[in-house]
Design a protein around this ligand. Structure first.
Ligand code: ATP
Length: 314
């Protein structure tokens, strides 16, 4: 399990992470979502002991990374910047890691097999495609057979097959009971695989919740109704707006009404009760991407305003 507690990281005047607190539980894939520059990589680097917190802490199974006697057995990571000697083969690279970390040599072949690189074990890393490089990075993360995996944008630049492979692997690792923490700036990359989401903007926590709750909470799902008399129907629908139920109506193209806060059944019943003809009725679900943009809008707006104010002061 990972526990981030009131974590703040500043680089000079830049606050990359600002009082962040959340847990990452085993047995599920937790997506770490935030726009570019939100502080995801910084948080992950701090978890892995590569950056020192300005204040607060990041705990790996109850302790900071550096306090584990064999951290690679606790946590494995794929970070954006991977350093693999281009002249070294995948096998030699992992063998060096095994020696350095006290991992049995036999693990190298197992891990190469697991990530589908057994056939390319002797190839120099410098000749690897992006996808093969990602696989090698994941192999490295798995070397110590850790219970926790931290993956920073693992599908960046991968083709569809590669994306699918990473997704399946994350699912399998979580199903084995491991803690899987994966970052992305795109909801679309996480929506299929993540069970839980930690969403940040400008270094701050926006929400931590099950994926289904995030979708429900920020869903922009609405009902589209086509009628020859939109004005009258809109007036009737608006009457359903009452304490505890907010009904919002927008006028779309061709006299269509976009109704937020009511189900298609509600709209049909209200139209029937009012004696208004309905020529079409459908439910339109918001894309998760749109939901994500809504979530981060405030933090982006805040960023723009803060930047403007800074400029004004100069
Ligand atoms: N070593 C550093 N020195 C100075 N500023 C940094 C450093 N690392 C990160 N930052 C700044 O901290 C903020 C957060 O960056 P970070 O890379 O953690 O965000 P991110 O969410 O991972 O973004 P991305 O998806 O673009 O990688 C940014 O404003 C970034 O410019």
């Amino acid at each position: 399990m990972l526990a981030v507690r009131n974590l703040t990281k500043r680089y000079g005047d830049t606050t990359a992470v600002d009082g962040l607190t959340f847990d990452v539980q085993p047995g599920r894939v937790t997506g770490f979502l935030g726009p570019n520059g939100a502080g995801k990589s910084t948080t992950m680097r701090t978890i892995l002991g590569l950056d020192r917190p300005t204040s607060g802490e990041a705990l790996v199974n109850g302790r900071p990374y550096a306090q584990h006697s064999s951290p690679v057995r606790e946590i494995g990571a794929l970070l954006d910047a991977r350093a693999v000697h281009p002249g070294r083969s995948a096998h030699a690279h992992l063998l060096a890691m095994a020696r350095a970390c006290g991992i049995p040599k036999a693990r190298v072949a197992d891990v190469l097999d697991l990530v589908g690189l057994a056939g390319a074990a002797g190839k120099r890393a410098g000749e690897f495609s992006l996808g093969m490089g990602q696989r090698l990075g994941i192999a490295e993360a798995l070397m110590g057979d850790p219970g926790i995996l931290v993956l920073d944008e693992p599908v960046n630049g991968l083709d569809l097959d590669g994306v699918r492979w990473v997704r399946d692997l994350m699912r399998d690792l979580a199903d084995e009971g491991r803690t899987v923490f994966v970052s992305s700036h795109l909801m679309s990359e996480l929506q299929i695989v993540a069970d839980h989401l930690v969403i940040i903007g400008r270094g701050r926590l926006i929400t931590e919740a099950p994926m289904a709750d995030v979708i429900a909470a920020w869903s922009n799902t609405h009902v589209v109704v086509r009628t020859p008399d939109p004005g009258a129907l809109a007036a009737h629908l608006k009457r359903a707006d009452e304490p505890g139920r907010t009904v919002r109506i927008e006028h779309g193209d061709d006299g269509e009404l976009l109704v937020y806060g009511l189900t298609a059944e509600d709209v049909g019943d209200i139209a029937y009760g009012a004696g208004t003809r309905v020529h079409g009725l459908r439910r339109e679900e918001a894309s998760l991407e749109q939901a994500y943009l809504e979530i981060t809008e405030t933090s982006v707006e805040y960023g723009a305003r803060a930047g403007d104010q800074e400029k004004e002061h100069q």
